[in-house]
Ligand binder design. Structure first.
Ligand code: AMP
Length: 281
């Protein structure tokens, strides 16, 4: 596995493969890798001849009071996992490798990039769209793989690449969960053992709420209220949102008459968990 950190190195490595006719995929990550990330490598391998993973904790997507400084970092472990998974190349730049000192551009995706997570994290999707655009421009892959775990992010990236004519296929990959249903996340390591015991209630509650929704008797706001109370009763400290959305546009829906996605974010203590499930008949 090749490891590079500068833009000229990555461009050069990818150009060599391209001139040899190889199909190249990209898997952007912030490191602290787990089975969810590794499943994206598998998806990428199914669609391409060469897989490039990126590891960069992107400061643009963190708010001033968020966990940028404490976000888990373990490069040696990440590299070992990627190598074992059959990744071909890792792009792991430092901040100065990617950004000019007076970097000042921001990509903002209206519509799908608003609402839901953007309500409490207003900088988040601009930060994601901007870094992903930079990575895609430097790697110029045939396709890039993103997890459905971050469903709104996946929609933002699809819209951004389409709107900016970035010639890349965006492939969504299914959510990987622990055996008790908790969606794998680098931030799960923040949970204490008592918080970890509560965490699967999020997925459980989403499933119950979606089941009630699909019966069609109650409107979503009523079910959402019930689900929110169920979570706080279970020990969640705060529910940011439980939104039933059109699966493509992420606009709010009330009744089960179109393909839907239930999106959620909730806090246990100081840890914010997100999850989502399809909710279609
Ligand atoms: P992150 O390192 O958290 O920014 O995530 C990098 C990529 O891994 C994103 O495309 C995420 O959606 C994806 N990802 C993270 N957790 C999971 C999971 N449990 N299942 C599937 N994909 C995931």
């Amino acid at each position: 596995m090749i490891i590079v950190k500068t833009k000229p190195e990555i461009r050069d490595a990818v150009a060599k493969w391209r001139s040899a006719g190889k199909r190249i995929s990209a898997v952007p990550t912030m490191g602290a890798l787990h089975q969810g990330h590794l499943s994206l490598i598998d998806t990428a391998k199914q669609h391409s001849d060469r897989v490039v993973a990126t590891i960069f904790v992107n400061p643009l997507q963190f708010g001033p009071n968020e966990d940028f400084k404490t976000y888990p970092r373990d490069m040696d472990h990440d590299l070992a996992l990627l190598e074992a998974q059959g990744c071909d190349l890792v792009f792991a730049p430092e901040h100065t490798d990617l950004f000019a000192p007076d970097f000042s551009t921001k990509i903002s995706v209206a519509g799908v990039g608003e609402d839901h997570c953007a309500v409490t994290r207003p900088q988040f999707f601009d930060g994601v769209a901007t870094i992903v655009a930079k990575l895609l421009i430097n790697l110029a892959p045939d396709l890039a793989v993103f997890g459905e775990k971050d469903y709104q992010q996946l929609m933002v990236i699809r819209r951004m690449t389409r709107d900016l004519d970035i010639d890349v296929k965006i492939v969504g990959s299914p959510i990987i969960r622990e055996t008790d249903g908790l969606a794998m996340s680098s931030r799960n390591q923040y949970l204490s053992s008592s918080e970890r015991a509560i965490a699967p209630k999020l997925f459980e509650t989403l499933n119950l709420a979606a089941e009630i929704f699909l019966q069609g008797e109650s409107d979503w706001p009523v079910i959402s209220e019930w689900a929110s109370t169920r979570l706080t009763d279970a020990g969640f400290s705060k529910v940011d949102y439980l939104n039933m959305t059109d699966a493509a546009t992420l606009t709010h829906i009330v009744k089960p008459d179109q393909p839907a996605r239930l999106l959620a974010a909730a806090w246990i203590g100081r840890t914010r968990l997100i999850d989502n499930i399809p909710a279609s008949a």
